[in-house]
Ligand binder design. Structure first.
Ligand code: ZN
Length: 317
C-alpha cells in the first residue's frame, strides 16, 4: 500500500488582480493567469477568498480547506478550526497603501470572528536604495491622533531602508506598506482583515479608496518598535540546512538554501514550502521556482537536491 504520509501536497496558487500589480507573477513564476495587474499569488491558502487546490497525487482537486477538514492527521491534528497560515508572493509595481492589522482579540470582537493578522516578509527582490514603511514616529497616543487628524503624514510615516534578503516581522498594530518594485514572500495568519490608514491621496476611478481611520487608531501600537529592531538581514545563512529565521506565537519560519544536497527531518505538524529561486528535487518530486507544497505530518526524512532557495513555515503543536 502506498504511504500517503510520504506524499508532498502541491498547491495550485490563486492569483489576485491589484491596481499596483504587474506581470512578474506570470512571466517569472509561470502562473497561468491573464492580466498585467497581478499583485499577489496566494501560494498556500485555505482562505475563502482564495482556497488553493491540490494539483496532483492522491488528493488532486481537493482544496486546502477540504484537506484540513477531511485529513487533520496530515497536519498533526492541530487544535485550530482552519488551516492557520497563508503564504503569498507579492509583486508591487506601485506603492501599496499604508495599513495596519488588528490582533485576534480585536478581530474576533469587531470583524465577525475573524482571526487577526500577524505577518512577516522576506524580501525576494528590490531596487538599490529601496525602502518600505514599518512603524511610525508618534511618541504618544495623543501625538498619533493629532498627526492623523492634521494630515501630517510625512512626519508620521517611518520609512526604513531594505535590501534583498531582509526579514521583517509585522506584529498586529504595526503601520506598514511595501513600496514600488518590491517582491516579497509573505507568511501570515489566515486572515484578510486590513485597515487602510493612508493612501498617499491617490484616486481610483476618480475617487479616493476607503480609509479606516478609526479602526486604525484603535489598533496602532504606540510607540512603534524601533527601526533597528524591525528589519533583520538573513542573507548569509549556512547552505543545505533548515535555518529557523523567526518564531512567534503564530508561526515559525525557515529558510533553506540548497546547493547540492540538503537532508533534514520533517518532524513538525506540517511544513509549508515555497520555492523562491532555482530548481531541484524533493525526494522523488521535481520542484522549481514558483512551486508551493506542503510536507505533511509524519513525512520524516527529507532529501532536497539541486540549486534552489525556499521559505518554509509551520505552527506550534
Ligand atoms: Zn499587512
Amino acid at each position: 500500500m502506498e504511504d500517503k504520509g510520504k506524499e508532498l501536497l502541491f498547491l495550485e496558487p490563486v492569483c489576485t488582480h491589484n491596481i499596483w500589480g504587474g506581470k512578474k507573477l506570470r512571466e517569472e513564476f509561470g502562473y497561468a493567469v491573464e492580466g498585467d495587474d497581478l499583485g499577489e499569488c496566494w501560494g498556500i491558502s485555505a482562505h475563502p477568498e482564495g482556497d488553493g487546490m491540490i494539483r496532483k497525487g492522491s488528493y488532486q482537486g481537493k482544496t486546502l480547506s477540504q484537506m484540513w477538514a477531511e485529513h487533520p492527521e496530515l497536519f498533526g491534528n492541530l487544535p485550530y478550526d482552519r488551516y492557520p497560515l497563508l503564504t503569498k508572493i507579492i509583486d508591487a509595481q506601485d506603492d501599496l497603501s499604508i495599513q495596519v492589522h488588528p490582533d485576534d482579540a480585536y478581530a474576533q470582537k469587531n470583524e465577525n470572528g475573524s482571526l487577526g493578522k500577524t505577518e512577516c516578509w522576506y524580501i525576494m527582490d528590490c531596487k538599490e536604495d529601496a525602502t518600505l514603511v514599518v512603524g511610525h514616529n508618534a511618541k504618544t497616543k495623543d501625538e498619533l491622533d493629532d498627526m492623523v487628524a492634521q494630515g501630517r503624514w510625512q512626519e508620521l510615516i517611518r520609512e526604513v531602508p531594505i535590501r534583498k534578503g531582509d526579514f521583517i516581522q509585522i506584529d498586529p498594530g504595526t503601520v506598514h506598506a511595501i513600496k514600488a518594485d518590491t517582491l516579497i514572500l509573505e507568511t501570515q495568519q489566515n486572515s484578510a482583515i486590513t485597515y487602510r490608514l493612508y493612501d498617499y491621496g491617490r484616486l481610483q476611478n476618480g475617487k479616493p479608496r476607503q480609509l479606516h481611520i478609526d479602526k486604525s487608531l484603535d489598533v496602532i501600537t504606540v510607540p512603534a518598535k524601533s527601526a533597528e529592531d524591525s528589519v533583520k538581514s538573513i542573507s548569509s545563512l549556512p547552505e543545505n540546512q533548515l535555518n529557523q529565521i523567526y518564531t512567534c506565537e503564530k508561526y515559525t519560519v525557515f529558510k533553506l538554501d540548497v546547493d547540492g544536497t540538503a537532508t533534514f527531518r520533517q518532524g513538525y505538524p506540517f511544513l509549508a514550502a515555497s520555492v523562491l529561486e532555482g530548481e531541484g528535487r524533493v525526494n522523488g518530486d521535481e520542484v522549481r521556482k514558483g512551486d508551493h507544497f506542503i510536507l505533511p505530518c509524519g513525512y520524516g526524512e527529507v532529501e532536497a537536491q539541486g540549486n534552489m532557495s525556499l521559505i518554509l513555515s509551520t505552527v506550534e503543536k
